[in-house]
Design a protein around this ligand. Structure first.
Ligand SMILES: Cc1ncc(COP(=O)(O)O)c(C=O)c1O
Length: 407
């Protein structure tokens, strides 16, 4: 335990870890299985363009999620672009898509990239999820679709959003990029709205180097998405739709399958780390582990805390600096709400107080198979020390310029 500011690595003390503990270390699964699959890929001499491993991956994901169709893709951003484009075919450039203010930029970028207007909506002050009342208030005759985001694997208010979408004749999609293996009640996320999107980026709970998928029970939508991901080619080999190149390669599918094999073990480990963090951070003033509704299953891939400066005496960003100096590579999710990002700031949006506040408070701590309960105890001690010494830490940081301390 560090008792003086001098003990903190930020002020010259020895770091808590020699090697980084970080957020988003890839879940690679069993290397021998991966190499075996890669040998199959090379033996097949079929590296991309809807190969056998890609179909196997799609089948596994569809089965896990309990939907009829999984259309695998090169990433989740392209998946969102494809869905938004499909929802607005024949529409006008000022068509609107409602997106939450608290999300990764890809959610809004996908809308703008298709030439449409993302209408940014405030979130629930506790969960950070899209607020259905705020969604209703933003619907106009130009609204075409709503995109909810299952942040940190928590389910959006899916049933209420389905009702709102239905009564207003809107498409409803969920950006489930962080939420594979999570549920709403007993039902896996992935089966709500008209379609949902997963990401299999290297940092996600299932990793395919880069990858994504649209999952849906809508046969016609799935058929269109299969054509769109392959330049618009239909089953007869003729181009029937405006397409793109969204295909998942066989190497990506080989990694995706191997990472998927490890999913349940990883979730069990993450859950144990979550419990360890609850204990390690209990009673630290102003620092709260995000607690999830026990009716729903979370994959605990993101270990989120909320740092309230007034209680903790230290701002989230300064705590982040303290942690990073200790080789604890936490991540602020997110630094800015969607309407504050430069590409959207020219639209002079109204303030969205809940999302803006959360953007200054939320922090993801390291978890995953590379993190042990002992690590969590050490990380908890550093957070506890930073808060206990917050007055001095803040004062020293103000007077000592970055770098002067050797940090
Ligand atoms: C909520 C959300 N949406 C979309 C994406 C984009 O996913 P991809 O990197 O697969 O394009 C991410 C990635 O982190 C995300 O967190």
């Amino acid at each position: 335990m560090k008792h003086r500011t001098e003990d903190l690595a930020l002020f010259g003390g020895p770091p808590a870890f020699l090697h980084n503990r970080r957020v988003g270390r890839p879940n690679q699964g069993d290397r021998a299985r991966f190499l075996e699959r890669m040998n199959r890929v090379l033996d097949n001499e079929w590296l991309s363009n809807m190969g056998p491993l890609m179909y196997e991956f799609e089948e596994r994901v569809a089965q896990l999620v309990g939907v009829r169709h999984c259309v695998s893709l090169c990433n989740a951003t392209v998946a969102l672009q494809m869905l938004v484009g499909d929802a607005t075919t024949g529409g006008a450039p000022d068509d609107e898509v409602i997106v939450p203010a608290l999300t990764f930029p890809a959610t809004a970028h996908a809308v703008r990239w298709r030439g449409l207007r993302p209408v940014v909506c405030d979130v629930n002050p506790v969960t950070g999820l899209i607020d259905p009342d705020a969604v209703e208030a933003l619907i106009t005759p130009r609204t075409r679709a709503i995109v909810g985001v299952h942040l940190w694997g928590q389910p959006c208010d899916v049933l209420r959003l389905e009702k709102i979408a239905e009564s207003n004749g809107l498409r409803l999609f969920f950006d489930a990029a962080p939420a594979l293996g999570c549920t709403h009640g007993d039902r896996p996320l992935g089966g709500f709205g008209h379609a949902e999107v997963f990401s299999f980026h290297a940092t996600k709970v299932v990793n395919a180097f880069e990858g994504g998928a649209i999952v849906t029970d809508d046969d016609a939508l799935a058929a269109r998405m299969r054509a769109v991901r392959n330049f618009g080619f239909g089953p007869d080999g003729l181009v029937e739709l405006l397409g793109t190149n969204g295909k998942l390669s066989e190497a990506a599918a080989a990694m995706g399958l191997t990472s998927l094999d490890a999913l349940e073990d990883n979730i069990a480990h993450n859950r144990a780390m979550y419990e360890a963090y609850l204990a390690a951070l209990s009673g630290v003033p102003g620092v709260r582990v995000l607690e999830y509704d026990p009716q729903h299953r979370n994959n605990h891939h993101y270990m989120m805390i909320n740092v309230e400066e007034q209680g903790a005496g230290v701002h989230r960003d300064l705590l982040l600096e303290v942690l990073r100096a200790e080789n604890i590579l936490a991540q602020p999710y997110f630094r800015q709400a969607m309407h504050q990002l430069r590409p959207y700031a020219d639209e002079s949006p109204a303030p969205l107080p809940h999302a803006e506040r959360l953007c200054g408070q939320l922090l993801a701590l390291p978890t995953g198979p590379g993190v042990s309960t002992t690590d969590v105890e050490v990380i908890g001690d550093v957070v506890r020390a930073a808060v206990a010494l917050s007055g001095e830490v803040t004062a020293r940081r103000r007077t000592e310029p970055a770098g002067a301390t050797g940090a």
